[in-house]
Write a protein that binds this ligand. Sequence first.
Ligand SMILES: [Fe+2]
Length: 401
Amino acid sequence: MSTRLVLTPEKVSAKLEAMKSFRFLCHPEVVAGDGALALLPEKIKALGGLRILLVVDPFLRKTEKVKNLQEKLVASGFHLTVYDGFSGEPTTEQGDDCASWGKKQGCNIVVGLGGGSVLDTAKAAAVLITNGGSVRDYQGLNRVPGPGLPTIMVPTTAGTGSEVTFTAVFVRREERKKAGINSPYLYPQVAILDPELTVTMSPAVTASTGLDALCHALESYTSQQANFVTEAISRQAVSLIWKNLPRAFADGASLEARRAMLYGSFLAGLGLANAGVTAVHAISYPLGGRFGLAHGVANGLLLPYVLEFNLPEVEDKIGLLAVELNPTWTGKSRKEAACDFVQEIKAWLTAFQIPRLKNLGISPEVFPELAKDALLVSVPIQNNPRPITAPDIVSIYQAAW
Ligand SMILES: [Fe+2]
């Protein structure tokens, strides 16, 4: 069977029907390019910032580039408060701690410079400083009562897309669960994408964050909430990541691969901000909450098995995309191309040395309990293109074991 798109009258009319109405949110202002970090002082000024809360990765803080940036900001007359209290996935306490530090110093703008944990913490601190309360008060959907301080996000990994999303995820330590603050007040005002900041990532971090971005791209592409705008964005995101993640992993110094990954991750974030994520993220949350697995590793190790589960509903969509990405699959049926695509992701996991659940010492006995928790991550579960039950989720954990 040919993989070429055959537009029957029914398909044309279904497509036109789907395009009749749609919703698409475009936040924030995005400036991108090699060396774009240099634009930070003028962007802070444009937002009326004087007293900056700089939320930064502790490793990055010690680099020459960030030391120079801090000196430049101080020399430009800004008051600088730095928060770098990070280790592992951010907890609700860390979010509160960062906000109270910024509040004490009278900060009026927040800059996040780092990976997803840093950006999420910066976004949350901005709304906590103005609204008061604790991260725990606002976890859920639309629970933040009012706007936060203006924020500028500068990602230094190519993974979370947090620079363009309205979500900030934190671990609730006592319950050993992860939960997101989801609020339109979390959208940053400016995102600065500077590929030069991502070249220092180790191969392991490149792989785990890149797999997270691939999940965002594929999950938003196949989400129940996808529309023709988000699909176009998500497809482009998959394409950039697909062609460049292995290169960025093997040759971290390649600015070309790093640039493509950062822009792919941004597009994937834009896709997820509008179409949401699906079961991969829901099923991975309990692994992060209970066992502290890095977000990208947990998502990556589950991705091919969730795709396999979803294939009966999305094999056309994935198969079509797969052929675009790999012309040698032309001539295969959509189903075959989609299956090959999933097999390729499994090969990536091996090449990237992503562990299996059994290598992480996680016993299958806990899978039913984890599945219960996963089902509570309700929006991604509802977004999944194929209805999914607790036994299905147990089977997915088993497959990833
Ligand atoms: Fe993610």
